[in-house]
Design a protein around this ligand. Structure first.
Ligand code: GLU
Length: 303
């Protein structure tokens, strides 16, 4: 796949941008909450600290989890907090053609195969490769009628060996994808494109240089790097920020009924997220001052 870069907006020549492109990629399964703000704040600060561009991508590909109207609420919340995107937001549900093209590329390269295993039948741990095609036997075409009537899921053939990378917050990381995860799903049995595929395609085609997100997604990173390489896309740099936990030590999330973020007091919400990242409180009395101070501190640590 070729990375398509949109034309740059006009810039102040005395303050040239760096090639940095970051993104915030919320799933619109509900409004932003205190936990998702931490990821949004970190990705925004990193982009501003690098004088880069910051994009917003609405990850609404998982239609059953999408809540109608949550996308608009999220965008309004970001604006209320003073977070401004540098290109119009994109919605994954409008990008099926890109995912199809990537899938076809993996199919042609024989890096994906249909899988009829049902989740409940599989042992815990890595996928044992039950449906993996035998060497020398070509995989069936993507839309061929399956041997059994159920639609298959499609798995990506994990590359053998340990995947090493550096996380800008957490330091050196490694994972043996084939050994610890096994071949993983890129197209679900219900026909939906899986998160792992769409995030890699989107980051690649949007020219994302830096992924900044919550540490719950660290475990996906090695898989995503393998997929990017298989698609001929660059691997972005990574920075995973600590998760905000609820009083029972669980990740604050929509599934755990985290309340929607109240953006009527933007400074208080931002200060809280800043503290959740482990920084000392800022003396800023309004949001522009908060952004100036926080960006400066972030730049000293990460840029
Ligand atoms: N859409 C994902 C989420 O809301 C984030 C994906 C990513 O940043 O890679 O958890």
């Amino acid at each position: 796949m070729k990375a398509v870069r949109p034309t740059d907006p006009p810039r102040d020549p005395s303050n040239p941008p760096t090639p940095y492109v970051g993104r915030f990629a919320p799933s619109p399964s509900g409004p932003l909450h205190a936990g998702s703000l931490v990821a949004a704040l970190a990705s925004y600060l990193d982009a501003r600290a690098h004088r880069g561009r910051w994009l917003v991508r609405l990850e609404d590909i998982d239609a059953p989890r999408t809540v109608p109207g949550a996308d608009r609420i999220i965008l309004r919340q970001l604006q209320a907090l003073g977070m401004h995107w540098d290109e119009p937001p994109v919605w994954q549900t409008q990008r099926h053609a890109f995912y199809r093209q990537a899938f076809d590329q993996l199919l042609a390269a024989r890096r994906t195969y249909p899988c009829h295993c049902r989740r409940g039948q599989l042992p815990p741990g890595p996928y044992p490769g039950t449906c993996r095609p035998q060497p020398g036997k070509p995989p069936p075409p993507a839309d061929a009628p399956a041997a059994d009537a159920r639609r298959p899921a499609w798995r990506f053939i994990a590359a053998p060996g340990v995947e090493h990378f550096r996380d800008r917050w957490l330091g050196p990381q490694s994972q043996d994808v084939a050994g610890e995860v096994g071949d993983f799903i890129i197209r679900r049995a219900d026909g939906l494109w899986a998160y792992q595929l769409v995030v890699v395609v989107d980051d690649g085609l949007q020219g994302i240089t830096d992924v900044v997100r919550g540490a719950d997604l660290l475990d996906s990173s090695a898989r995503q790097r393998q997929l990017a390489r298989a698609l001929g896309l660059p691997c972005p740099r990574l920075l995973h920020v600590p998760l905000r936990l609820d009083s029972q030590g669980r990740k604050l999330s929509k599934q755990n009924h985290a309340p929607a973020l109240d953006t009527r007091q933007p400074l208080a919400a931002l200060q809280q997220a800043w503290a959740d990242l482990g920084f000392a409180p800022l003396t800023a009395h309004n949001t522009p001052a908060f952004w100036a101070d926080a960006t400066g501190q972030w730049a000293r640590r990460f840029a």
